[in-house]
Write a new protein. Structure first.
Length: 219
């Protein structure tokens, strides 16, 4: 089926930013004088920033609301989005070709739309997307299909004709179970899940320069 709609994750999918995010929670917690805990950090893997902040507030007894802690975390990350996070190689060419072919696209991310907008404008690809949607806006992380279904609704599409691009296994499985054709792209932060990603996704890309992508999309 020709896929005239596409939903893109941002971090680890379009942008090479997961290394920044993976260090961010540790940076935030240690800046407050608390020790790093891999157990706590691992528990935030599928959470939104707000839900992660709520976990930190509860676990460490922070004298902040979850909303205040989330603002602090986003402020740390905003500097990177404004200055040095790059697109993954080949992503720009893919977006421009899909846009030229009339594919309607959006970003659905766990990151706040404000930060997505800052980064994509700096990188010169914001105009490729109809809108930016955060999992926070729908009140559920990507372990639930809400953000994908809302994105499809806003695009005016249905899951079966809307390609989803993701880099982490739980998100790929969520989108797939919701009826979306899913392409998984390699990211170093998920290097241990590549065989699972290949099995779960409908299409697997090592890089955005994959020559077979447009055949799969039928555009």
């Amino acid at each position: 089926m020709e896929k005239k709609f596409a939903i893109f994750d941002m971090d680890g999918t379009l942008t090479d930013s997961m290394g920044f995010w993976n260090r961010l929670a540790e940076e935030y917690i240690t800046s407050l004088g608390f020790p790093y805990s891999s157990t706590v950090m691992d528990a935030t893997a599928h959470l939104t920033v707000l839900d992660s902040a709520a976990l930190f507030v509860q676990h460490y007894g922070l004298p902040k609301t979850p909303e205040q802690a989330a603002q602090d975390i986003n402020a740390l990350m905003e500097t990177h989005y404004r200055t040095d996070i790059p697109l993954k190689p080949g992503a720009r060419a893919v977006l421009e070709r899909l846009q030229a072919a009339g594919v309607k696209m959006c970003v659905a991310s766990s990151t706040s739309p404000h930060l997505i907008d800052i980064c994509l404008k700096r990188l010169g690809v914001r105009s490729c997307f109809e809108f930016l949607l955060s999992a926070e806006e729908v009140g559920a992380g990507k372990d639930r299909p809400d953000v994908y279904l809302e994105a499809a609704r806003r695009l005016g599409s249905v899951p079966a004709e809307t390609a989803v691009f993701e880099d982490v296994i739980f998100a790929v499985r969520t989108a797939k179970q919701a009826g979306f054709p899913v392409a998984a792209i390699y990211d170093g932060s998920s290097r241990n899940d590549q065989e699972a990603l290949k099995e779960a996704a409908d299409y697997y890309l090592t890089t955005w320069e994959d020559p077979g992508l447009f055949d799969w999309l039928e555009v």
